[in-house]
Design a protein around this ligand. Sequence first.
Ligand SMILES: Cc1cc2nc3c(=O)[nH]c(=O)nc-3n(C[C@H](O)[C@H](O)[C@H](O)COP(=O)(O)OP(=O)(O)OC[C@H]3O[C@@H](n4cnc5c(N)ncnc54)[C@H](O)[C@@H]3O)c2cc1C
Length: 386
Amino acid sequence: MDFELTKDQQALRARARELADNVFAERAARWDEREEYPWDNVKDLVAAGFMGMTIPKEYGGGDTSILDVILVIEEIARACGVTGRIVVEGNLGVVGALRAYGTEKQKQRYFPWVVQDGEKPAIAITEVEAGSAATDLATHADEAPGGWAITGHKRYITGAGTSRLYLVYARFGNRPGADGVGGVLVERDAPGFRLGHRELMMGLRGIPEGELHFERCHVPSEHVLVGPGDGFKKLMAAYNGQRLGAATVALGIAQGAYERALAFVTQRKQFGRPIAEFQGLRWKIADMAVRLDAARLLIHRAAARAGRGFPDALEAAKAKTAAAETAQFVTSEALQLHGAAGYGRSLPLERMMRDARMFAIGGGTLEMMRNLIADRILPTRANWRA
Ligand SMILES: Cc1cc2nc3c(=O)[nH]c(=O)nc-3n(C[C@H](O)[C@H](O)[C@H](O)COP(=O)(O)OP(=O)(O)OC[C@H]3O[C@@H](n4cnc5c(N)ncnc54)[C@H](O)[C@@H]3O)c2cc1C
């Protein structure tokens, strides 16, 4: 087993770190305070080739491995969680689903949006009655001349309004359960598609989370990415990539907070000595380092095994659980080590702590991750509907 990154991977990581430190770090507070999408950063990501890294070369992408993307995401999220999330969705999530299941026409149309324009496609699953119980979704696609008419209402969709492309999970006809669910590619200007209320969030405020309304929204047949039957399984297989990406953003935010804490405790003096000399604080640093490494190793294992495909569901869930909890722990401890300065808004610790909180909820809650993990370990699957 080789734990070393290749020279190319080290160079890639260094390039991402440089962009994050020299450009994104300074701007991060702006997106948070103004709750504004970081279009300037998107331009820089496109110029650096960090959008569409996983897209095959014939469509203008970099054809890199999942691990390469993970290395970039962690570095970017160290400085700006919001921008880290854009790199996730510019390479994993919908991009991964399109790469695996898309038709030639779909790839020809949408991959250049990502590579050239920095499009961050959105994933639309969640509804009022379908949160953790995602297969309870009611949004439905009915046959219409030349395609499908989608009717329904989604909420908490990341990128609502800023994204041009939406992968909408919909029920085809009246088929119940997971078997009835497929995925349709809907463009922002599709007739019958309307944006709703933006939900203002605690953290990661630079990306809107909002409602989508579909009122017999017409989409041509060729916009179906996966139909019912095995469609939901395929979508969830692709979603493991998105989940691993989210885990990496959480890790990156935690790493950023940890590095700040390290610098602070060695420089700040109380009782005539650097606070890094107090044993209780040294243990905090040690605990942070252990958790960061554990989360990183789980993420790297899942990514390395995925190659250029999708991570395994169990490995992605373990990585997300570890990284989401690490992010909460490390950002909170890093803030604590800074005293009042950490609680203040001149430093990014309070933002990091708010941003980190999301990963226990979005992309599958910690409880649902544990359900998935236990289902894989134990001989019987739990049935929550009983
Ligand atoms: C910032 C943010 C961004 C998001 N972006 C997107 C997006 O882009 N696209 C999208 O489709 N959705 C998105 N979501 C929605 C997200 O996926 C859901 O919030 C999540 O799946 C949980 O659903 P819920 O909020 O309805 O909570 P609920 O499902 O109502 O859960 C409430 C509580 O009950 C627990 N719970 C529920 N069922 C069980 C069970 N069987 N066992 C144990 N505990 C259980 C949950 O863990 C949670 O603690 C986003 C959410 C956030 C916060």
